[in-house]
Design a protein around this ligand. Sequence first.
Ligand SMILES: NC(=O)N[C@@H](CC(=O)O)C(=O)O
Ligand SMILES: [Zn+2]
Ligand SMILES: [Zn+2]
Length: 428
Amino acid sequence: MNLLIKGGIVVDPVSGTVSEKDILVADGKIAGSGVGLHHPDAQVLDVPGKLVTPGLVDMHVHLREPGLEAKETIYTGTRAAARGGFTAVACMPNTRPVADSAAVIISIVNRAAADGAVRVYPVGAITNGSLGQEMAEMGDMKQSGAVAFSDDGMPVMDSGLMRRSMQYAKMLNAVIISHCEDKKLAGGGLMHEGDVSTMLGLKGIPAAAEEVMVARDILLAEDTGCRLHIAHVSTAGSVRLVREAKSRGVRVTAEAAPHHFTLTDQAVIGYDTSTKVNPPLRTAEDVAEIRRGLADGTIDVIATDHAPHTAEEKDVEYELAPFGMVGLETAVGLVWTELVAAGVLTLAQAIAKMTINPAKILGLPLGSLGAGAAADITIIDPAAAWTVDPAQFASKGRNTPFTGRVLHGLPYATIVSGRLVMREGIVL
Ligand SMILES: NC(=O)N[C@@H](CC(=O)O)C(=O)O
Ligand SMILES: [Zn+2]
Ligand SMILES: [Zn+2]
């Protein structure tokens, strides 16, 4: 089946250009692009004024399957991704069982092929059970489809084990995604350590709990030559450490989540447990430095860290609630409103951080609209103003601190392999 996307504003993050043209899709691939294209038997999608971008890639998502299906499944999580404009997601291994073996990786790949609305790329664990004790079979997992390795949710506290894991990952040419948290410094804290935590009487997590580990992992990446990706950067100090390491040529990349460039610890006033996230919401200075890091290229990727939990789990005292918030269905609106419309990033920069940059880090042939590429395409209505309403989410998780917020920029259609999987918010 052929598809002709007419009259849109095409954003090409590879060349950095934004121009009005048509795109022709045939047999699941980009057949060509240009002005005034015609095709005798193509379904026409008329999208004047809308943005046409390569399919968005979210390299940090928790799909919760296997084992935690009350929070999310591959079926619901990939439908949330499609509604959010994402055509591909990388899913973290903190499932039950943990994705620390070829068998679990294969089961995720198979389930995604059967149930998934978008592409799913599993991330394998660095250590067995993500317990930080012994290295997992990374080679086997890579062969079975793991695209990266991470103990996300937990740090690898043992520096010797992290170093050996990086040496091994380097042999596999795999990237290590690090959840940077010194458990002893974090000390069981519940939110950012600062004036607000003192005022609220909640135990704090100092910025240093993250930064000590960012510094350690940069040093280990330099020592081993392994590619390192820092997950969910939340502090100004982490941004500065990554910036300095990059200037020295260390093979390090970094991501930031929409909540960390949008909200501060002030959002915790009121004790709404949807604001409880790890790493925590930080200060206005941290938010400003993350925005600078996004603008100057220190932060390569925008990833959601979509972390769904059930209402029952979150509907408890702040101290008892699990860390995490959903992000797939609000990411585009937050990026458009907070970064592009606000003048922090150009449109092409923002789209690069959600397409070609994560694709390159994971070694995936995605993120481009060049002829011959898989026809993974996202269409965004930049003029749409909409109100965040979790009741409309396809995700099982409703744990968002953005309820009621008015955002600009709404995913209009999501196309995977030339097939429309979402249009106007409806997953097809
Ligand atoms: N970010 C979170 O607050 N929670 C994540 C774990 C993680 O990303 O570290 C989760 O799995 O719930
Ligand atoms: Zn994490
Ligand atoms: Zn995570």
